[in-house]
Design a protein around this ligand. Structure first.
Ligand code: R1P
Ligand code: GUN
Length: 313
């Protein structure tokens, strides 16, 4: 029997921290690796550490803090928002109910629109490092092979047993990303559209795995987000995802042949080979820091535009 989730206690704890005007955020934000600087644009901020909230775990990944930030975002009076300054990943050892618990709490607070950010590796030569990819769809091998976040009894009798995901990424919200980029005079290349492959991690891809995902139609790959999207859709939220490309996944056309190298060496003709790039989380965080400002402005602009779209109310 699964442990019951402590929603009532979490909501009571949150209420005790928040002033009236921040108690009912309508927009939720998830900050990806290195992107929690988003909170710098919030006004009247209240930070609630995860260890003060029953049901919340601790984020153990560098670049992820362990707190919720509530505040007002955008011009004028501002819109009440809540942001996760750090997420939970299954590879940290968190169970799926724990990974998506903050999303379900956001839904119970009244959040209707969710903006998720993450860091990812590019599988598509036309999508270079530094691009922000507005996600159109996902390819989730774990979902198809027995690691689906919704396995087990439904969290609520109101949830559908068989959740459709053909429309998971809200066209209305995605539209706002491009309108916001226009408002901010970003270059056309700053923003792309693409498909996110979710892998469990924590290993980065081998070249063969990268090639498989690319052939399967994915443009970028990461180790998060999809469980959050699935839970948010189950809760009835509108969802959009912006993925910052922090590195290329190395997918060579051919493999270096050690046999040929040895044969050349033995024949007195050693070959000089280029050193292959090896990705690291430090590099991921570095690109996150460089692009945090653009991501912050985009999110703020989208938050300002949401109230102008009737179907997002
Ligand atoms: O998806 P976020 O949390 O932004 O982080 C990405 O960066 C980390 C790997 O460097 C992984 O956690 C991957 O998913
Ligand atoms: N799986 C995966 N996650 C990432 N997060 C940031 N870069 C990468 C990557 O190359 N692969």
């Amino acid at each position: 029997m699964a442990t019951p989730l402590p929603f009532v206690q979490t909501l009571e704890a949150l209420t005790s921290f928040l002033p009236e005007k921040l108690k009912k955020p309508r927009i939720g934000i998830v900050c990806g690796s290195g992107l929690s600087g988003l909170v710098e644009s919030f006004r009247e901020v209240v930070i609630v550490p995860y260890d003060k909230l029953p049901g919340f775990a601790k984020s153990t990944v560098p670049g992820h803090k362990s707190a919720l930030a509530f505040g007002l975002l955008g011009a004028g009076e501002g819109v009440p928002v809540v942001a996760m300054l750090g997420r939970f990943h299954p590879y940290e050892g968190h169970t799926f109910p724990t990974v998506v618990y903050p999303i379900r709490v956001m839904a119970k607070l009244g959040v209707k629109n969710l903006i998720i950010t993450n860091a990812s590796g590019s599988l598509n030569p036309a999508i270079p490092v530094g691009t922000i990819v507005v996600i159109q769809d996902h390819l989730a091998l774990p979902n198809l092979t027995g690691m689906n976040p919704l396995l087990g009894p439904p969290t609520s009798p109101n949830h559908p047993r068989f959740l459709p995901l053909s429309d998971a990424y809200s066209p209305s919200l995605r539209r706002l990303a491009f309108l916001a980029a226009h408002r901010l005079s970003l270059s056309r290349n700053a923003l792309a559209e693409g498909i996110y492959a979710w892998v469990s991690g924590p290993t980065y891809e081998t070249p063969a795995e990268g090639r498989l995902l690319r052939k399967g139609g994915a443009d970028v790959v990461g180790m998060s987000t999809v469980p959050e999207v699935v839970a948010a859709r189950e809760e009835g939220l509108n969802v959009m995802v912006m993925s910052l490309v922090t590195n290329f996944v190395v997918i060579p056309d051919t493999y270096r042949s050690i046999r040929e190298e040895v044969e050349a060496e033995l024949a007195g003709k050693p070959v000089e080979l280029p050193v292959a790039h090896v990705v690291s989380h430090d590099e991921v965080l570095e690109v996150g820091r460089e692009k945090a400002g653009v991501m912050k402005k985009l999110v703020e602009s989208i938050v300002e535009l949401i109230p102008t779209v009737p179907e997002l109310h």
